[in-house]
Design a protein around this ligand. Sequence first.
Ligand SMILES: Nc1ncnc2[nH]cnc12
Length: 395
Amino acid sequence: MNSTCLTYWSSYHCLKTSIIVTQTSYQKQRKKLMYVSKRGRRREKKARKRSMKRVLLLLNSVLLALGTSGGPLVMRLYFIHGGNRIWLSSFLETAAFPLILIPLTISHLHPNFHHSPKPNLVSIKLPLFIASAVIGILTGLDDYLYACGIARLPVSTSSLIQASHLAFTAVFAFLLVRHRFTVYSVNAIVLLTIAAVVLALRSGGDRPPGESTRQYVIGFVMILAAAALYGLVLPLMELVYKRSKQRVTYSLVMEIQLVMCFFATLFCTLGMLINNDFKVISREAKDYELGETKYYVVLVGSAIMWQFFFLGAIGVIFCSSSLFSGIIIAAFLPVTEVLGVIVYKENFEAEKGVALVLSLWGFVSYFYGEMKQEREKNKNGCPETELPQSLSPNA
Ligand SMILES: Nc1ncnc2[nH]cnc12
């Protein structure tokens, strides 16, 4: 009896222990599963976010490329055929800002662009508003300097601006946001700068007949100042995103763009008022070589192209970096020159071909470096990292 009892007793204990062990391992397994699925969900969310950011980067790069090539071409069309109001052309650089209301409305309605179920109509807070307004005024000043240069140095100057613009952006990106350079990005900066300098070397041949040396020098200084100022504005924008206490979403980026362009346009409107540009527009339209209707078409086209430029630039900063914005602007410079050959029947000199090849090489080098960096990150076991050099804290 005793021995039977003992057997039962030990079997009972055995069973109990095995139940407890099973329960514990089940709980452990369950916890692990929950952890894995939680991690999986988090990964999935991050991957979705990353691919969304890639789409946005592509979209903004296309906008920036369109604006970089189309903006100077249309602005040149204005000056070539009899337009000469500098404040008006700088005003046109940002005046199409109400267009941003279209994607902004879409983004408010689309759940992928915001994070709360009931997004506010206006999410920008006062500190970000003030920063955007200050950058907007700087942009207005930059637009004026840029238009001054384009008006005085018609063809080759744009290449001069871009030549120094990328270098200024690189220096300010290092100083303001501690941008980390790779061998590939430095190679790209050098190649793109050489490409633009090759174009700029032809500048003597592009000097318009009858223009005084003084006018030429003023144009040169203005365009260099514009390059330096815009080289500061892009990293400044990146700094604003990074320091923002608000979570920076693409909707917020568009609101920032709206505020910036509003203040830039306000600045140029004051210039136009002081300079009596509004009174002259109708007379200038009547005298325009391509006709009155085409005059207004050129003005509207210019405003749209420049809006693509500015929206693309700050969108690329949001998705990648200010340096990448500068790289796209520089890379499309020879494309603009080649388009000038096609559209305005300008001469196709060997320098334009050389510059085009160099800038494509620079662009490919930059991309190769970025892809390599991302592949290495993935190999090191952090596949869910954000896009290279992206604004991870807010994105
Ligand atoms: N205001 C501006 N518009 C276009 N390109 C520029 N590069 C430098 N300043 C610029």
